[in-house]
Write a protein that binds this ligand. Structure first.
Ligand code: SAH
Length: 343
């Protein structure tokens, strides 16, 4: 059965104000079923029920972390599974969604990479993660403040579906979000970054998982680095900035003894010269068998200080949800505490 959420708002069934009501039920009220759409005629509801699925998932399980973030494990009709993370930071609700089941990028320090690639998610399966969280949490999907494409998968390798999902986020009749509150994180694919820059009316925030300023280290931890050299990625980042006017974020997972040397902080500062950027240092989230460990606090601070001294805007992003297996790079496993997650 086709998924309603895969449709563009202009293609939603029903005519005129009934279509408007349907869109409001889905995106403003967050109705979890057609039956709940009480101001639609019973016949229309029954027909929708017969023709479309509203919930993309056959099962939704939640795992709560002690810091308040919640990992959602979704089972798709083909039995494949993927995850989203809800972070209820005070008044700014944030959701991190997946764009794929698994991931082909195979970053050496990421648990999702280790599980390999399953399949691309459809636009409705991507946006459906947000709706499912809102159904479970009991808030309107419109209350969502920040959305990050930073879950499982490489969004620029599922380009069309991710862009369609992003457009639904911004569409005034769908989620109506500000483009300033939507961030796409990529392993660094220059072609995809340029394509994204050229999208009409999109201009969402771009985060690039750089993780190393020198080619040798980057190729060791990110195999796709062979396809796109650091200089190609940096050139694409500059183009993105020029076209969209947006500051570009660089993500940098701190891996002990691998990419946390001060000479690498200097090299990173050199790379970023002339670019309006921001560096997010992410303490590496551990998982059994990764072969990497997190940079000790004192060294992380020294790396941070060096970047700051060089005039690079930098912050430390402490991942939420570690004890639920919900932190960056831990999305892969069925349950917290299951083999592979250090709780
Ligand atoms: N494929 C996209 C988005 C998914 S990963 C990308 O590569 O950007 C989201 C972020 O978490 C990326 O910056 C990723 O490199 C980082 N990450 C992966 N594993 C991690 C780990 N074990 N600890 C900390 N960050 C990790």
């Amino acid at each position: 059965m086709p998924l309603l959420l895969d449709l563009h708002p202009d293609a939603y069934p029903l005519e005129g104000y009934r279509r408007k009501q349907l869109l409001e039920w889905v995106f403003v009220h967050g109705a979890p079923s057609f039956a709940a759409m009480t101001n639609l005629p019973a016949a229309a509801r029954a027909e929708l029920e017969q023709q479309y699925a509203l919930n993309p998932f056959i099962r939704t399980e939640t795992f709560e972390s002690s810091d308040g973030s919640v990992k959602y494990l979704f089972t798709l009709p083909d039995q494949r599974q993927m995850e989203a993370v809800y972070m209820p930071y005070l008044d700014r609700k944030t959701i991190c969604v997946s764009t794929m089941v698994g991931c082909p990028a195979k970053c050496a320090f990421c648990a999702t990479g280790a599980m390999g690639f399953g399949r691309n998610l459809t636009p409705g399966e991507i946006v459906g993660q947000i709706l499912a969280v809102s159904w479970d949490q009991g808030f309107s999907p419109r209350e969502l403040r920040n959305l990050v494409f930073m879950g499982m998968g490489e969004p620029l390798l599922n380009y069309d579906h991710t862009i369609m999902a992003a457009k639904l986020l911004l569409h005034p009749q769908a989620l109506g979000m500000s483009k300033r509150r939507v961030t796409l994180s990529t392993v660094g694919l220059a072609k995809g970054i340029r394509k994204l820059a050229a999208e009409d009316d999109l201009g969402i925030k771009l985060a690039i998982s750089l993780h190393a300023p020198d080619e040798e280290t980057r190729q060791r931890i990110i195999p796709t680095g062979q396809a796109n050299s650091i200089s190609e990625i940096m050139a694409a980042a500059r183009d993105y900035q020029q076209v969209t006017g947006r500051r570009v974020t660089f993500e940098y997972a701190m891996l002990s003894g691998v990419n946390d040397h001060l000479w690498q902080a200097d090299l990173l500062a050199d790379l970023l010269q002339g670019l309006v950027s921001h560096v997010n240092l992410i303490p590496m989230n551990p998982w059994d068998g990764s072969g990497f460990s997190e940079t000790p606090e004192a060294e992380l601070q020294a790396f941070y200080d060096r970047l700051e001294a060089r005039g690079v805007p930098v912050s430390v992003r402490r991942s939420r949800g570690r004890d639920a297996g919900a932190a960056c790079g831990q999305l892969a496993l069925k349950q917290p505490g299951a083999a592979g997650v250090s709780a």
